[in-house]
Write a protein that binds this ligand. Structure first.
Ligand SMILES: NC(=O)c1ccc[n+]([C@@H]2O[C@H](COP(=O)([O-])OP(=O)(O)OC[C@H]3O[C@@H](n4cnc5c(N)ncnc54)[C@H](O)[C@@H]3O)[C@@H](O)[C@H]2O)c1
Length: 397
């Protein structure tokens, strides 16, 4: 089994795949379409980060390819529909950098409350401005978390350990951690929070979630953070409320329009405003997060090849499967009535007993995993592959 890992994937990911028996080739850069097609001729697993584009043509031209690992968060760079149509599993690492984002948020909450960036830039400019005016401890102050998912919930725990009073609002009914208080609406949260931190997901309905009305509703002299998605905040409205002093400070890591490369300039109405921390979408960018991503995605790829496990795959139905004790058939097919009956009939005809069987479906795709006590002959595999509904059929064990 051969794995090709592009774009400097963390050594921990490389190590996991080698330990799990893969021959691993690593390359530091991304590959263009033609070079990628050439490189994938004899490759079973492909690992990329955000700058390699895996097009439908690439997937069609890679007959041995079984899975693609996006060693990052997003999967926009992969034609996921083409991967599904070819029975190629796609995995990513959506939660490996949660802690990194939370730690940055905690640092920024304290930095804003103490005007840290203004103090340090004045000092670098030779200005000594010793004053307690507008500076606060965060202990005892209220934090309102909007979006109580992986990041929001972990921030809740760390903020409480600093002595903050945590309030949260989520569109889904979430269990409060520690002593956090659930708010019934965003307005309820804005009425009580002295610092508001956004951690919502990127669903389209969240565009401009936070605009003129929401900033106006915030308590006077409160603080605002957004480390979630740029398009959820109207930065012009925020800039107005910062200039008026209604919002006393803000930390932004994400922006409606972000430069695509480090060579492009950064434009924003928030530039140059006092007590505003601007960071270039680095909330999740730490060495620890990279290592976590490497371990997580490599493990998912290896589990898929060894056992057919697809839990947390981006595109295939989720089947939790331990390594096979005997022969295992992996049958990916169009999700239409009668498929399982046909599979079971074909298996029964060779006198095999099905020891375990799992079926999961996702949209138009079904995935059956069968452990059988007899050798599946080439005839059985050929019959299973010949089913008109079959997308990909493989044998393990
Ligand atoms: N700055 C960075 O580098 C960085 C790194 C990782 C993640 N992120 C972003 O942080 C955000 C949160 O990530 P996560 O892993 O916690 O996601 P998550 O999916 O675990 O949690 C998001 C939560 O927001 C809730 N939500 C969605 N819309 C809402 C709304 N309008 N009001 C209230 N709640 C709402 C959801 O129900 C969910 O509980 C995502 O947008 C993610 O892309 C940024």
């Amino acid at each position: 089994m051969k794995a090709l890992l592009l774009e400097n994937i963390h050594p921990d990911g490389v190590r996991v795949l080698r330990e799990r028996g893969f021959e691993v080739e690593t390359r530091p850069d991304a590959l263009g379409e033609a070079a990628l097609i050439e490189a994938l001729r004899d490759v079973d697993l492909l690992g990329i980060r955000s700058t390699t584009y895996v097009t439908a043509e690439v997937i069609r031209s890679a007959p041995r390819l079984r899975a693609i690992g996006a060693f990052c968060i997003g999967t926009n760079q992969i034609d996921v529909d083409a991967a599904t149509a070819a029975g190629v599993a796609v995995f990513n690492a959506p939660y490996s950098n949660t802690r990194s984002v939370v730690e940055l948020a905690v640092a920024e909450i304290i930095a804003l409350a103490r005007h840290l960036v203004d103090h340090t830039s004045q000092m670098h400019a030779g200005v000594w401005n010793k004053s307690a005016r507008g500076s606060h401890e965060v202990r005892g102050r209220s934090l309102g978390i909007v979006g109580y998912g992986s990041i929001g919930a972990q921030l809740s725990v760390l903020a409480e350990s600093l002595g903050m009073r945590v309030y949260f609002y989520d569109v889904v009914d979430k269990l409060a951690l520690g002593n956090a208080t659930r708010c019934g609406s965003l307005e309820e949260l804005l009425d009580v929070a002295e610092t508001v931190s956004l951690h919502v997901d990127g669903r389209p309905a969240n565009r401009n979630l936070f605009g003129e009305a929401e900033f106006a509703r915030m308590r006077p002299r409160s603080l605002f953070l957004n480390l979630s998605r740029g398009f959820v905040v109207d930065d012009e409205a925020l800039a107005r409320h910062l200039r008026s002093g209604h919002v006393a400070g803000a930390a932004l890591d994400v922006f409606p329009t972000e430069p695509r490369t480090n060579d492009e300039g950064f434009a924003s109405p928030l530039r140059g405003l006092p007590n505003v921390i601007l960071t270039p979408h680095v909330g999740g960018s730490t060495q620890e997060a990279q290592a976590n991503i490497g371990l997580f995605v490599a493990g998912k790829l290896a589990d898929f090849v060894a056992a057919g496990a697809t839990v947390l795959s981006v595109n295939l139905p989720a089947v939790q499967a331990a390594p096979p004790q005997e022969r295992r058939i992996l049958h990916l097919h169009a999700n239409v009535p009668g498929v399982m009956a046909t599979i079971n009939r074909i298996v029964a005809e060779v006198g095999a007993n099905v020891d375990a069987q799992q079926l999961a479906t996702r949209g138009e795709v079904g995935y059956a995993v069968l452990d059988i006590d007899a050798d599946a002959s080439e005839d059985v595999l050929a019959a299973l592959r010949a089913m008109p509904e079959a997308i990909r059929v493989e044998l393990r064990g």
